[in-house]
Structures are given as C-alpha cells and as structure tokens.
Write a protein that binds this ligand. Sequence first.
Ligand SMILES: [Fe+2]
Length: 272
Amino acid sequence: MDTWSIKKLAGHCGARLEGVSLANASTSQLQEMRSALFEHGVIVMPQQHLSPDQHIKLAEFFGEIVVNRFFTPVASHPIIAEVRTSPNQAEVIGGTWHTDHSYDAAPAMCSILSAKELPPFGGDTHFASMAASYRAMSPGLQNILKGLRAWHSDSSFATTKQGINPKQGAFRDPVIHPVIIKHPNTGTPCVFVNGDFTINFENWSIEESAPMLSYLYALITKPIFTARVVWEPGMVAIWDNRLVQHYATADYSGYTRLMHRITVAGVPLEGA
Ligand SMILES: [Fe+2]
C-alpha cells in the first residue's frame, strides 16, 4: 500500500503530503496523516479534489463536525462553510492573524480547507507555529504567561466587512482559556492568544493587557516561525488550531476565490 511522502514546508511548521488519495485512504494512512498534523501543525495535500461528501467523511475521521455560526453554508451541504471572496470585495475572511473558534469554550481542534476556485495569483495562507514562539521565549516570560488566562469573544464579527452577516442570536458570552495551553494530544506548550478574538487577561483591564498582547502578537508572527502555503488546484489543507495561527492574504482583488471549510470540534483547553 502507498505511504505518504512527507516534506517539511519550513523550519517550524508545515508539511506537504503526497502519494495517497484522501478519498480512498485506509485507516492507517489517515492515522499517519493525523500524526503529521500533530507534528507539523499544518499539512497540505495537493490534487485531492474532494467532493463535499468526501470532505465530510475526512472531517469525521478527526471527530465531530462543528458548524460555524457566522459563515455562509454551502447550499447543498450546509455542514460545510463557504469561504468565498468575490471580485469586488476589498476585505477577505481571515485577513488577520487568528485561530479559528477560539471564542468557543471548547475551541475547534482542526480546520479542513478544500480549494474549489483559485485566483490566478496570490491568496496564499500563512501559518505560524505557536509552539516554536513559546520555545523561543525566556524562562521568565514563559513563567509569567503560564500563570495567566485570557478572555476570548466573537464580538469582532459584529463589525467585520468581510461579507459576513451574523444572524440574530449567533453571538455568545466571552470564554476564558489559559494563555499557554498544553496541546491535548501531544502535551506541547503553545501560545493561545490571537488578535481577532482575545480581549484581555483575566483580572487585567483591556488597557493593561494591550501592551503585553501587542508584544505577543508581534513575537508569534515573526517570519521565522511561519510557513507560507501557495494554493494549488484541488489542494486540501488541514491545520490544528492549537498549534498554529493563520493569515489569509488578500492580494487578488478583481478575482474570485472559493474554498470549502469544515471545522472539527475540540476540547476545553488546559494550561501548560
Ligand atoms: Fe480562519
């Protein structure tokens, strides 16, 4: 049976997996893929061209699917979210560094994006390792951060211009997570604050939190910790929202980009 060929995309995160068709993969091939995800944070598999049903089956290998409350569903398969940029749209979904669903009490384990329609250039997605940036910190800063928790909220969706129209009742109360989490599967310590959804540290005001959060956002997105994914036809990308943050590049004005996204349920996060 074929095995995956695995090549790292960069020093601290990302791997390209080739040689196996996801639609026909055996359980052991899927397990090998999941191990690569936990090792590299984000994995990309070109030329997969998954149908919506195959996309759903792949997601169910990882766990229960969580339907996003804010995105437009795919009409034929509403369990899949449509991530669409229209030619006349200036701002794109995800055009800032973030992790998906950190505003949920049990944040999403992984997101699975399937390329449907790509612009002729641009639209790359950047990923940054939250484990590598933690390792690069001094023990002094690590210890301070390990003692902190932070509030996360979905409130930024209320003012976004990214083609999202939240339904009445979509918003929830803020939730709290450790600033340094222990990866639920591997135990790896990871930074878990992001610029889209983190509001402030527990028992700190928003003003008091802002300088430290700004420092952390600059640190965790340093190019050395990142990998850049250049999309190819039929490519599937899976990222672990606890291990990496991501950023969608909006540099293809005038063109359509359509991706299908499924998000898989995670667990409440514990501190490292
Ligand atoms: Fe995202």
